[in-house]
Design a protein around this ligand. Structure first.
Ligand code: URA
Length: 434
């Protein structure tokens, strides 16, 4: 086999065989095929796409390039939840405790934030002492004991994807639906859970900017997951305005805890409950949607979800007192309110990307993998799309250690757009792909 023939085959729109895809991935990770040929191949995939069969082979080859996590030591049905990343997305911190309170074994390997999207691991590290590293036996034991764990990726998962992703990043081939789908699913399938619940964000603050492309991505991932023997469901959710009100690290932990106490922002609470229901249905813990709703509400209202979070913090060496005393979290030195100046209006748009960038300016995110995150800084939005504002109302509060404060204030002001006419709230759930 010659790589140049496979590039031409793909360039001309023909389907590659399983053997051919294997040859490409093996050749690349073994340094037998150079970057320039893989780049040409990726570009031809970008333009010609991949068939379902090709996507499955590509996914399986990437996942076979590394270790698979074997979750068979966990008693009960396991589930992994994954989000394609957004601004203010602290969903896992609420959904995982609630689903585990209903009996699902939630085994979550999370990532760090990059760019304007935050990462669950950074958020958890704003809890003093919280450990995100664990050896596999500790991970299994904790899930068997208390039903949940959120840790950093331990095993050498899909190394081919890591190499290809770096190449895609510098060759203009990130935004290819088959490449994104196989990249995400190779890691999810390797992580070992029986069922996978995906949150595909749609909008300006997300990878997928419109519903049509997000729908294609969701369908591709669900198909790959199901063909690989993992029950998979994807929800398409809005990411034009930030999710909930808090954007940062410790501020998002506070919002997650408040949500588990039943006092979360309406949009965020609604989305979390919808994910819990999906998890209960896909894992078979609920017999139908109505049963799922009853169980999810009970986990929240009884406080069992909150207790699950407390247990997880305790088991992972964090200080569980943060649940009742937010001052124990990493906090900022200063707080600055931003006020609205003008006639009575409605919030028409609240641009997620700008809020994400403002949080980055304050130091809440990282530009490159090596950057250090300031866990105490962030933004809490006091108004969201559809809300009324009067002159002098606080629209957002910045938690700051003085880095780039003027630019951040400007960016937050730019994120808000107003209308004198009434504006409906944004419906967060756009579609569910089962
Ligand atoms: N996230 C991934 O893991 N892979 C992609 O290709 C895009 C987003």
């Amino acid at each position: 086999m010659r790589m140049v023939d496979l590039i031409i085959k793909k360039r001309d729109g023909y389907e590659l065989t399983e053997e051919e895809i294997k040859y490409i991935i093996h050749g690349y990770i073994n340094n037998e095929i150079p970057d320039y040929q893989i780049s040409a191949f990726l570009m031809s995939v970008f333009f010609k796409g991949m068939t379902e069969r090709e996507q499955l082979s590509f996914t399986m080859e990437m996942l076979n390039s590394g270790e698979r996590v074997d979750l068979s030591k966990i008693n009960g049905v396991t589930c992994d939840k994954h989000s394609t990343g957004g601004v203010g997305d602290k969903t896992s911190l609420v959904v995982i405790p609630l689903a585990s309170a209903c009996g699902v074994k939630m085994a979550k390997m999370s990532g760090r934030g990059l760019g304007h999207t935050g990462g669950t691991l950074d958020k958890l590290e704003s809890i003093p002492g919280f450990k995100i590293e664990m050896d596999p036996d500790e991970f299994f034991n904790q899930i068997n004991d208390i039903g949940l764990a959120i840790i950093g990726q331990t095993a050498n998962i899909a190394p081919a994807d890591k190499l290809l992703y770096s190449l895609r990043d510098v060759t203009g081939t990130i935004e290819s639906i088959p490449l994104i789908a196989s990249s995400i699913m190779s890691k999810k399938i390797a992580s070992g859970a029986d069922t996978i619940v995906l949150d595909v964000k749609v909008g300006e603050g997300a990878f997928m900017k419109n519903l049509e492309s997000a729908e294609k991505l969701a369908k591709a991932m669900v198909k790959i997951g199901n063909l690989a023997g993992r029950k998979t469901v994807a929800t398409l959710t809005d990411m034009n305005e930030p999710l909930g009100c808090a954007v940062g690290n410790s501020v998002e932990i506070i919002e997650a805890i408040e949500t588990l106490k039943g006092r979360g922002p309406k949009d965020f609470s609604f989305l979390c409950m919808s994910f819990v229901k999906e998890i209960l249905m896909i894992t078979g813990m609920a017999k139908d949607e109505n049963d799922a709703e009853i169980q999810a509400n009970d986990a929240l209202n009884s406080g069992r979800g909150l207790e699950q979070l407390r247990k997880m913090i305790e088991h992972q060496h964090g200080d569980p007192r943060v649940i009742d005393n937010y001052e124990l979290l990493n906090t900022s030195k200063d707080v600055v309110d931003i006020k609205y100046n003008g006639l009575k209006s409605y919030i028409k748009n609240l641009h997620a990307l700008k809020i994400g960038e403002a949080a980055m300016l304050l130091g809440a995110g990282r530009e490159t993998k090596e950057d250090k995150v300031d866990l105490g800084v962030g933004i809490v939005l006091r108004k969201k799309v559809g809300d009324i504002v009067n002159n002098g109302d606080v629209i957002a509060t910045l938690y700051t250690n003085h880095k780039n404060i003027d630019r951040a204030i400007q960016m937050v002001n730019d994120a808000f757009e107003y209308s004198i006419n009434e504006v409906p709230e944004i419906n967060k759930i756009l579609e569910i792909v089962r």
